[in-house]
Design a protein around this ligand. Structure first.
Ligand SMILES: [Zn+2]
Length: 95
């Protein structure tokens, strides 16, 4: 299994393969934000695979921590992208 290499499109396709509805969320800082206390800081990532919060000490694989943050964002209307916002975001990223 390869961590950290899936694009948004690949993730969406994999979710559709198991017949689950897919939702897009903002991914900004999901790899640097603590999944427990939500403190965002680059220093929470001492290396590519490790997440260790400098505030609360929560430690796990970096991809697991990012998944916790993305799952939480599904419940947040401001961090969940609608179809129109997703299209604008994609267009903005391409420029
Ligand atoms: Zn923390």
């Amino acid at each position: 299994m390869q961590y950290g290499k899936l694009s948004i499109m690949e993730t969406t396709v994999k979710l559709e393969c198991v017949h689950k509805p897919s939702t897009t969320v903002k991914s900004a800082y999901s790899s640097q934000e603590c999944g427990v206390c939500h403190y965002p800081d680059r220093t929470n990532r001492p290396d590519q695979q490790t997440f260790c919060c400098v505030v609360c000490g929560f430690s796990t694989h970096a991809d697991h921590n990012a998944a916790l943050n993305l799952a939480r964002r599904l419940e947040d209307a401001e961090l969940r992208l609608s179809g129109k916002a997703r299209d604008q975001s994609t267009a903005h990223e391409a420029t």
